[in-house]
Design a protein around this ligand. Structure first.
Ligand code: TRP
Ligand code: ZN
Length: 470
């Protein structure tokens, strides 16, 4: 295809093209289009090539009465190549205008791709600022596994979430976990509503026209699938963990009574995690309890996991908090690496039980091997359906083997290397990849180096092997 196109070009154009590929731009800045996707094995169009985002400043205005969102996204990014155009991911909504470096930029849309053509090409290494004005009724995305994400309206409000690809339904961006950035998310809502997002609440301002502006700041880098925006008549309570991390909890009306006990334990869970996994990676913590039934899952949104109704199972709170280390601070390089998130968060549930008078991780591991549902209700699920490091498709990345067999991989390492080396590995992994991205092969190499053990059999059988290990 490319070859055929090239033969149709006139000779001078070919010469110019050759000069360009050779890097001889003769003084004028010449860019080429950034890729429209990062070729993720499961979500090839997610994310975009040619740049990396440093910061998102999202200004969102939401009116629960009509469900309209008005947004301004100011994205600060660095060009990784000369760019004549670049893409942002955005699903639905109407784009009102785009500027690059303050200059109006041409733009067009196809599917979930917003292509931006700056007035002047961007140079490799250049830090640039894109502003997108947009609005409309954001859509609910149904992910390949059938779960709802994106923007979901609730009784008197709404929630924006995004694992794996729903964040593009409420803001334009580089929506792939490998591009982490810091965020300022400001949400303006009518009086009487709360607006909650990741990080710390910098200011809560009466705008003087019947509305309140909530300015949320995330100083640590975040993958866009971990961003959240929640609007509604929530009940907010604040406290601190024993070591002084501020806790901000927002609970939907009617869920307060059942949420009280599990949320009362949240500070000690964060403290416990710091002991087991190393220092808590963020400056704030907390939880958001949505109206029951809003989602079919809980989500580890950064610094404030969301629960769909009161998290009556204490395990679930431990799981989402453990993700703050594994998934949120140490984030996957691709969606194939999901077991690094879910295996660790599930193993954390076993460890919490072990440390608090429940079953030991060894007992959980054996219960899954034998299908003993007295120890765990899920022990007879088909955790052996596929290898955790190779889910057969995008609709499988949140299925049983990713969670339970992922946790079993970690326990197999513990059996091989013993407790001292295993917990040193867990803490080392969290510390050495803090606020960064890592892949499965990064993990296997790290585990062998850190423990000094050859773990090839564990990888071959438990991580990559088909069928039931024995
Ligand atoms: N990460 C969520 C949890 O804590 C579950 C989840 C929701 C998920 N949507 C997903 C996992 C999409 C992978 C992909 O368990
Ligand atoms: Zn999880």
């Amino acid at each position: 295809m490319e070859h055929r196109a090239l033969t149709r070009l006139a000779a001078p154009a070919v010469a110019a093209l050759i000069a360009l590929t050779a890097g001889c731009t003769g003084g004028t800045v010449q860019g080429r289009p950034g890729a429209s996707g990062l070729r993720d094995a499961y979500f090839p169009k997610a994310g975009n090539g040619g740049y990396q985002v440093d910061h998102y400043a999202l200004d969102l205005d939401y009116d629960p009465a009509d469900g309209e969102l008005r947004g301004t996204a100011v994205i600060t990014a660095r060009a990784e190549q000369g760019l004549s155009s670049f893409n942002l991911d955005l699903s639905g909504l109407k784009v009102e205008g785009v500027t690059v470096q303050g200059e109006p930029a041409r733009h067009n849309r196809a599917g979930n791709e917003l292509t931006v053509r700056p007035a002047e090409d961007l140079k490799k290494g250049e830090v640039f600022r894109v502003e997108v004005d947009y609005g409309g009724k954001p859509r609910t995305v149904v992910d390949p596994g059938g779960a709802k994400e994106g923007w979901i309206t609730t009784e008197g409000g709404a929630v924006g979430v995004g694992e794996p690809v729903g964040s593009m339904a409420w803001f334009p961006g580089n929506h792939h976990p490998s591009d982490k950035a810091t965020y300022d998310i400001t949400i303006t809502v009518p009086h009487g509503y709360e607006a909650v997002s990741n990080g710390e609440l910098r200011a809560r301002t009466d705008t003087g026209d019947g509305r309140t502006e909530f300015a949320w700041h995330s100083p640590e880098p975040m993958s866009s699938y971990l961003a959240t925006a929640v609007v509604g008549p929530y009940k907010v309570t604040t406290t601190k963990t024993p070591s002084g991390v501020p806790v901000y909890n927002a609970v939907a009306p009617g869920e307060e009574a059942e949420s009280a006990v599990p949320l009362a334990r949240l500070p000690e869970m964060v403290e416990w995690g710091s002991g087991r996994f190393g220092p808590y990676p963020f400056t704030t913590t907390g939880a958001i309890v949505l109206p029951k039934g809003t989602l079919t899952y809980a989500l580890e949104t950064q610094t404030k996991p969301v629960f769909s109704g009161a998290p009556v199972e204490e395990d679930l709170v431990v799981h989402e908090l453990a993700h703050q280390w594994f998934g949120d601070s140490v984030s996957p390089k691709s969606w194939k690496d999901m077991w690094l998130n879910e295996g660790f968060a599930t193993y954390a549930e076993w460890l919490w039980a072990e440390d608090h008078g429940g079953h030991t991780a060894e007992e959980y591991f054996r219960a899954f091997l034998t299908g003993d549902t007295d120890v765990d209700d899920d022990a007879d699920l088909d955790w052996d359906a596929f290898p955790p490091a190779a889910p057969p498709g995008p609709e499988k990345i949140s299925e049983t083997p990713v969670y339970y067999r992922g946790a079993m991989v970690l326990h197999r390492i513990r059996q091989e290397v013993g407790d001292a080396k295993f917990f040193d590995l867990v803490r080392g992994w969290a510390a050495d990849h803090r606020h960064a991205n890592a892949s499965t092969s990064d993990f296997t190499a790290y585990a062998e180096k850190r423990t000094g053990h050859d773990l090839k059999k564990v990888w071959d059988v438990w991580l990559y092997g088909e069928g039931r290990p024995h």
